[in-house]
Design a protein around this ligand. Structure first.
Ligand code: 2U9
Length: 359
């Protein structure tokens, strides 16, 4: 049976629902629940009034109508308030969670190059870069590699000679026409050391990191472009002992303070005597494994005392000055340090590979 208390209960229920809604869709649900023509709480209330005793009907009807108007007014007021907070069409919804932005990181070869640079910087070396396009003189001739040296072969070096502008690239017989004086992609960073000595007197203490190019096909250990760091020290009393001490210190800082270092005779045209430098195998630690080919040693650096012919080429007196030089491939260091068996992985930019390295 409907009475005034029942109407008050319905009002309290409405006010509770009203206080809980905070969106336009929720508001529509509440409106339907109370004001819906069929099944709405007010419609049901009006219907039930018909069953009330005739004497109470007018008063109860008045209360019911009053509640209906209250509900209409409150819902309208809430709708206006919600509309006022609605963002304009096309606005950014700042309540949505953001899309994650991946943080960039340095490439492992860059990290290693920086580490190598900082070891030598602490030893007082200057860090220099040079041009990647070089001439035959600085890349070969001044480094005691004469015209018939095998490294100068087209098979090994990427030459950039171009037809001279305004003249045919081929003559009438189809033979190549005139070309610019040979330029090439440097095969090592040594030409920059030549350039440095051409314009500076000793003492010299520099390293030159950078890209170098060789006419190699891709395989597990070769890419036609790779990165090197070369170093050069020149002074009045520089000896092989300086070379050994410097490179031993360098390798123990780069790998581990207990790294064992081995120097053995080698040959390079620009150094005499020459030595290749090995570290105790980082994989088996000595006894021998497939990586070190059962020798217990891994070759990591080339080095030697600068050949007097190189000093002659730059105008240094070889009777007065001596020096040592060395070279290291950054990819090779990375492969040994991190146990990577395929150099090509460093150039595929697959984040699943690159994200494994410290940065
Ligand atoms: C000047 C005089 C001498 C630099 C040297 C090496 C030995 C050497 C290789 C290491 C791995 C190249 O990247 S690699 O393939 N380098 O073995 N480099 S001595 O000697 C120089 C450089 C400049 C004026």
């Amino acid at each position: 049976m409907i009475d005034a208390a029942e109407i008050d209960r319905l009002r309290a229920e409405f006010l509770r629902d009203l206080s809980r809604l905070d969106s336009e869709p929720e508001l529509r649900l509440v409106r339907d629940r109370y004001l819906g023509r069929k099944g709405g709480a007010i419609a049901s209330l009006m219907k039930a009034l018909a069953a009330a005793p005739a004497g109470e009907r007018p008063a109860l009807g008045q209360l019911a109508n009053q509640l209906k108007h209250e509900i209409e007014e409150q819902l309208t007021a809430r709708r206006v308030a919600l509309e006022a907070t609605r963002p304009p069409a096309g606005a950014v919804d700042i309540s949505l969670p953001g899309r994650p932005v991946g943080l960039g990181r340095r490439h492992p070869l860059t990290v290693l190059r920086d580490a190598i640079e900082s070891i030598f910087a602490r030893m007082g070396y200057q860090v220099l870069e040079g041009p990647e396009i070089e001439d035959d003189y600085h890349n070969f001739e001044a480094l005691n590699m004469p015209a018939d040296h095998p490294a100068r072969d087209m098979q090994d070096t990427l030459y950039l000679g171009e037809p001279v502008p305004g003249q045919p690239a081929r003559d009438r017989a189809g033979r190549p026409g005139p070309v610019r004086p040979a330029t090439l992609l440097r095969t090592h960073t040594s030409p920059m050391q030549i350039r440095y000595m051409e314009s500076h007197e000793p003492p010299v203490r520099i390293i030159v990191p950078g890209r170098v190019y060789r006419r190699d096909n891709l395989d597990l250990t070769h890419t036609p472009m790779f990165n090197q760091v070369e170093g050069l020290v020149v002074g009045e009393q520089i000896t092989m002992a300086d070379l050994k001490g410097t490179l031993t210190t360098f390798l123990r800082e780069l790998f581990d303070e207990r790294t064992r270092v081995l120097f053995r005779p080698s040959f390079f045209p620009y150094t005499e005597p020459s030595a290749e430098v090995c570290i105790g195998c980082v994989f088996c630690g000595g006894p021998g494994c497939p990586v070190c080919k059962r020798t217990g040693w891994l070759e990591i650096l080339g080095s030697g005392m600068v050949h007097p012919a190189v000093f002659e080429a730059v105008g240094y007196d070889p009777e007065r000055y001596s020096g040592f030089a060395f070279g290291v491939g950054i990819e090779r260091v990375a492969m040994l340090k991190y146990g990577v068996d395929d150099i090509r992985l460093f150039y595929e930019n697959d984040l699943r590979f690159l994200e494994q390295f410290p940065y």
